[in-house]
Write a protein that binds this ligand. Structure first.
Ligand code: URA
Ligand code: SF4
Length: 181
C-alpha cells in the first residue's frame, strides 16, 4: 500500500527526473464522474492540475454540454502522474510503475461512473486490447462502477469535428448511465 500523501514527491520512475510537478488530480470523494487521462502535458506540469490546458477546455465543455456535469463534480486524474518529455506516450514500465497510485485513488473515490480518455487510459483502466475505434462507447464495469472509454480530447483537437461527434455520442451513453442510476 502506498500513502497518497507521498505522491507529490514520488521518484518511483524516471519521469521524476524531468517533471516540474507531480500532477496528482483532485475532486470530490463521491463525484459524478471519475475522469482518467493519459499523462500531464506542459500546462499541467506547470500548473499542477490535470486537464487545465487546451484538451481540458474542450473536455469540460463537452461534459457540460452532453452531461450537464461541471469540473467541480468530477474527480480528474491521469494514469501517469508526471509529464513525459515532449509529451511522448508513457512507456509500459512507466504506466506499470505509476499504477499503484491510481489504484489508491480508485479505492478512495466512489464515482457514479468512470470515463477514460484515449488508448493509454482505456487500456490501463479497463484492460481493453483493441484500438479505440473498436471499444469507444462500450459500457464496462470496474469494481461495480460503470465505465465508458472515448477518444482523447487531444485527438479531437487534431482530428476535428468528426472526432468530437463521436465523443459526444460516447458521452450520451454515459449520460444514460447516470440517468439510470
Ligand atoms: N492530456 C492528458 O491526458 N492529461 C492531462 O492532464 C492533460 C492532457
Ligand atoms: Fe512516481 Fe508516477 Fe511520477 Fe513515475 S510518473 S515518478 S511513478 S508519480
Amino acid at each position: 500500500m502506498l500513502d497518497l500523501n507521498e505522491l507529490a514527491t514520488c521518484t518511483r520512475c524516471q519521469l521524476s527526473l524531468t517533471r516540474q510537478r507531480v500532477v496528482i488530480g483532485s475532486g470530490p470523494n463521491t463525484p459524478q464522474l471519475m475522469v482518467i487521462g493519459e499523462a500531464p502535458g506542459r500546462s499541467e506540469d506547470e500548473g499542477g492540475e490535470p486537464f487545465i490546458g487546451r484538451s481540458g477546455q474542450l473536455l469540460f465543455r463537452l461534459l457540460l454540454e452532453e452531461l450537464g456535469v461541471t469540473r467541480r463534480e468530477c474527480f480528474v486524474t491521469n494514469v501517469v502522474k508526471c509529464r513525459p518529455p515532449q509529451n511522448r506516450t508513457p512507456t509500459f514500465l512507466e504506466i506499470k510503475t505509476c499504477r499503484p497510485w491510481l489504484d489508491e485513488q480508485l479505492a478512495l473515490v466512489t464515482p457514479r461512473a468512470i470515463l477514460t480518455l484515449g488508448n493509454t487510459a482505456s487500456r490501463a483502466v479497463f484492460g481493453f486490447a483493441s484500438p479505440m475505434g473498436a471499444v469507444h462507447g462500450r459500457v464496462v464495469q470496474l469494481g461495480g462502477v460503470p465505465g465508458v472509454a472515448t477518444y482523447h480530447p487531444a485527438a479531437a483537437l487534431r482530428g476535428g469535428s468528426s472526432v468530437v461527434q463521436v465523443m459526444r455520442r460516447d458521452l450520451a451513453v454515459l449520460r444514460q448511465l447516470l440517468d439510470a442510476s
